[in-house]
Design a protein around this ligand. Structure first.
Ligand code: KG4
Ligand code: ZN
Length: 339
């Protein structure tokens, strides 16, 4: 079974073809980072228009790369939420129209389910059940995962998502967009021991998190500082340590509570080298297994949507007639496919 995956929820047009026997056949991505860079964040209307420009040429490219004709495609999966309404509409409209023309089923995929299942694109895949830490620009979730569509959210950020905190911190320090990769690069030249940032909510019981206070801490620290480039790096370092430490503490607690032996980390922030190193350390100490997608599949991409869509189409799920996208869509509301 070959599934064409389409991701257009935010500022990346991602297209891929996944085959249940041969794995990933082809994928392509167009990132709009440059388009939004001047604005310091994603401008929704510009994002939708650019998806319109890129989507068909990218689908053509991926079909050629995979050596596929339309009748080789058994289903189409597109991100139907959560995300930017206009951007989602582009992927949904193209995905559903192609499915109608090519006479195959289509299915709308939850963007965070795509991220959650992205480690399944690797050679060494996690068996169910596992604990998932999903860290992206819009979500920070700890999920007890027992199977496809069986996602029990046991912890989440009560305010800013981790990726959002990286992006806002970078903006306050006058760095570019997106902030995550820039902060983590800058942190490499930062010195330890100069600033001590708080680890929010770690002294309270439970698995919820909060990252908006850290942002204010960055703002105050920067305002009172000598504003040199080295200070910027020192702040980036201290901020990243605080975030990574907080996530590691919450993961450790969640693993203890659930008894899971496997930890999956996915979403844009899972590309963070420091976070990976810290969670690898934790896994080693506690004899746990830890799984990440490869770097290109941490951030938004079409392959994770093709994979997640294939699982749902395989279980008999498909779009009914009509058309809808869900800009707001809690992951916990997903159902087990085929039921
Ligand atoms: O998953 P993603 O591509 O899009 C959403 O679903 O939101 O995640 C994007 C987020 C951005 O906030 C970006 O700053 C962050 O992931 N990010 C990183 C790194 N690479 C991307 N954060 C920290 N370290 C990184 N290396
Ligand atoms: Zn994403």
């Amino acid at each position: 079974m070959k599934v064409l995956g389409i991701e257009t929820s935010c500022d990346e047009t991602g297209i891929a073809i996944y085959d249940n026997k041969q794995g990933l056949l082809a994928e392509a991505l167009y990132s709009q980072i440059e388009l939004h860079a001047d604005y310091g964040g994603v401008v929704p209307e510009l994002a939708s228009r650019d998806h319109v420009r890129r989507i068909i040429p990218l689908i053509d490219q991926v079909m050629k790369q995979a050596g596929c004709q339309p009748n080789d495609i058994d289903g189409i999966a597109y991100t139907s939420g959560p995300g930017l309404m206009g951007a989602l509409m582009v992927g949904a409209a193209v995905g559903r129209s192609l499915a109608w023309t090519w006479k195959c089923p289509s299915v709308g995929v939850h963007h965070m389910e795509g991220h959650l299942l992205a480690p399944m694109l690797e050679e060494n895949t996690p068996d169910f059940p596992f604990l998932a830490l999903l860290v992206s620009g819009g979500h920070t979730l700890l999920v007890d995962v027992t199977g496809i569509g069986q996602y029990n959210i046991i912890g989440e950020s009560l305010d800013d998502a981790v990726g959002e905190a990286f992006d806002k911190t970078a903006k306050m320090l006058g760095l570019g967009y997106p902030g995550g990769p820039i902060i983590s690069e800058l942190a490499l030249s930062g010195h330890s021991g100069l600033y001590q940032f708080p680890r929010p909510m770690v002294n309270r019981p439970g698995l919820d998190m909060s990252f908006s206070g850290l942002k204010t801490f960055v703002l105050n620290t920067w305002a009172k500082s000598d504003k040199t480039e080295q200070t910027k790096a020192n702040i980036a370092y201290a901020f990243q340590e605080a975030v990574v430490d907080t996530l590691a503490i919450k993961c450790q607690r969640a693993l203890k509570e659930t008894g899971h032996q496997r930890l999956v980390i996915a979403g844009g922030v899972s590309a963070n080298t420091r976070l990976r190193a810290r969670l690898n350390e934790l896994a080693q100490k506690q004899s746990l297994e830890v799984f990440y997608p490869k770097h290109q599949f941490c951030t938004d991409n079409g392959a994770m949507i093709a994979y997640a869509g294939l699982q749902r189409l395989n279980a008999g799920e498909k779009d009914a007639e009509g058309f809808s996208t869900r800009p707001r869509w809690p992951l916990g509301e997903l159902e087990i496919p085929g039921i």
